[in-house]
Ligand binder design. Structure first.
Ligand code: ZN
Length: 215
C-alpha cells in the first residue's frame, strides 16, 4: 500500500440506473463507510456488487469503473490545490491550441503537493522538473523521469504522488525557459539523459525481480 499524506481526501461517486451519490472531501475512513453502506444497501445491484471487488483494498482511492452509464469511482486527492491564483503565464499548450489572447496571461502556477504545476496543462515547473532529475541522479528512492513517444512530454515519478491530485506527474517542454544558450541546453539534455537512463535501469531491475519471484 502506498503511503499517502495524512491530509489526503477522498471523493466517492456512484451512479447507477437506480441512484446517484457523490461525496467529496471525505477521510479514508468516511469514504470506506460510505462505500460499504452503499454496497450493503444495494445487494441486488450487480454493477455495484461487481465494482466493489475492484475498488476495495490497495485500489481504494485509485479506481474508477464505468460501463453503460453506470459509474463507481473512489478518487484520492490532496485538498486545496490552489494556493496562488495570480495569472503570470500563458501556457504553451493554450497558445498552440489557439486559445490564448495576445499579451494576456491567462494561466497560473498552482501548488499541488510538493510541486508548482501549470493550471492549464498540469506540467511541473521547469525548476521542479530539474530538481526531480537531480534527485533521480542522486539515487533518491522512488524518483524517476521517463521519456514518452512525444518529444515534448516527460513522465515524472515521485514518492507520495500516486496521481495528478498529489503533485506533478509530467513535464511539457513548453514550460522550459526561453533563450537558453547552447551550453545550457547541452547540460540540461545530459542531465535528463542520465536521469532517464537511471529510471529505466531501476524499472528493469524491478521487472526482473518480479519475473523471478513469480516463476
Ligand atoms: Zn501549461
Amino acid at each position: 500500500m502506498i503511503s499517502l499524506p495524512s491530509n489526503t481526501k477522498f471523493k466517492v461517486k456512484i451512479k447507477t440506473a437506480n441512484f446517484k451519490i457523490e461525496f467529496k472531501d471525505a477521510t479514508r475512513e468516511q469514504a470506506e463507510k460510505i462505500v460499504d453502506g452503499i454496497v450493503a444497501l444495494f445487494v441486488e445491484d450487480k454493477f455495484v456488487q461487481e465494482s466493489y471487488d475492484s475498488i476495495k483494498g490497495n485500489n481504494f482511492g485509485f479506481c474508477s469503473i464505468s460501463n453503460s452509464g453506470n459509474e463507481f469511482s473512489v478518487s484520492a486527492y490532496l485538498p486545496e490545490h490552489v494556493v496562488n491564483k495570480e495569472k503570470t503565464i500563458s501556457c504553451g499548450s493554450r497558445i498552440s491550441q489557439g486559445r490564448a489572447t495576445a499579451g494576456v496571461n491567462e494561466d497560473c502556477w498552482e501548488q499541488r503537493g510538493p510541486n508548482k504545476c501549470c493550471s492549464y496543462c498540469g506540467s511541473a515547473s521547469f525548476e521542479d522538473f530539474m530538481s526531480i532529475a537531480d534527485k533521480v541522479i542522486a539515487g533518491e528512492k522512488d524518483y524517476g523521469i521517463e521519456k514518452t513517444d512525444k518529444g515534448y512530454k516527460f513522465y515524472i515519478q515521485q514518492p507520495q504522488v500516486p496521481n495528478a491530485g498529489f503533485g506533478a506527474i509530467k513535464f511539457y517542454t513548453w514550460h522550459a525557459p526561453e533563450g537558453l544558450s547552447k551550453e545550457e541546453l547541452k547540460l540540461i539534455n545530459e542531465k535528463l539523459h542520465k536521469a532517464i537512463t537511471i529510471t529505466h535501469e531501476k524499472f528493469m531491475k524491478r521487472l526482473t525481480k518480479t519475473i523471478n519471484n513469480e516463476t
